[in-house]
Design a protein around this ligand. Sequence first.
Ligand code: NDP
Ligand code: PYC
Length: 342
Amino acid sequence: MSEATGQDDVHLDLDTLRVLAQDRLRAVGLAPDHAVAVAETMVAGERDGCASHGIYRLLVAANSVARGVVVPDAVPVVTEPARALARVDGGGGFAQLAFARGLPLLVEKARANGIAALALNNVVHFAALWPEVEALAEQGLVALAFTPSHAWVAPEGGTKPVFGTNPVAFGWPRPGGMPFVFDFATSVVARGEIELHRRAGRPVPDDWGYDAQGRPTTDAEQVLAGAMRTFGGHKGSALAAMVELIAGPLIGDLTSAESLAADAARGGSPIGGELIVAIDPAGFLGDAVATHLARAEAMFAAIEVQGARLPSSRRHAARRHSLAHGVTLSRALYDDILRIAA
Ligand code: NDP
Ligand code: PYC
């Protein structure tokens, strides 16, 4: 059910949002199985209060389809390059269906070998990575995920883009509770956050990026045209380089610079690969798993007891609220979504 809650926003329950997202994705030409997988990740982002990677991504995904960046009816192909390795060739489609097709094999291999990795190749990626690591941690596995994007981010000490916004995500299973998950870009913020500032006509902090001449600027448009900065100076810069390497050349896929070149100024989402690693705690610990996971709980308690919060606690609170009360979109975003494929 949807209802107008005022001139500037629109309230929707999650089922309505899901139907709207699937409908718009099919309307732009996405095959039904892709539309379901892609809509699910956008609805999950909106449900969890991740505005830059929520339902706003409908506009981004529709643009990638319209510009011919993504293969809308790609059929993912799963292979096993080695005992502990799985690969899904996404055939140029969105990453969500490729991940869904590779997940069962990754879990099976991690349980059999103690550790396993899944490479998604030849996919288009517009989304957050926490759904991947959360899905694995919910099955009792420790998980890591990485993907390059487009070359938008300058290395520390430079002002010209080399890296993508290159997120790193981590998931840790918690007995009887939601997994411990963090997921963030190695740039100072995700590019989607700067896009939202541009849409709202809001300035960005002056340490988010440079204009095309390499000068710090608070103009979101200028940062998008120039270069973003890494988080944490040389530390974020090195992590961004690591993501380029392990989710690019290591799995035979594109770096962020190569992805941007392949886009050929179409303005689509990044094209390339994603690396997902899953570790079964029982591989190291055997019957002592419960004892050692309990020690991890002591660390989480020591964080929270002093008033600090765990990553994902805000997201999980947003999820509880959205499941009970639905979500609110700005009227401008809702109208833009209705205009997709119209
Ligand atoms: P943030 O800087 O907002 O960091 C997000 C992470 O940090 C979350 O796990 C968040 O938990 C946690 N966090 C935030 N504040 C605190 C705090 N005070 N204490 C403890 N934990 C905290 O995210 P980014 O802007 O860097 O990235 C946003 C999203 O963009 C990510 O999901 C990422 O995957 C996505 N992205 C995707 C790319 C792609 O190529 N596909 C490229 C770049 C980014 P919580 O959610 O609970 O707030
Ligand atoms: O927000 O930086 C970003 C991003 C890139 C690809 C998907 N999201």
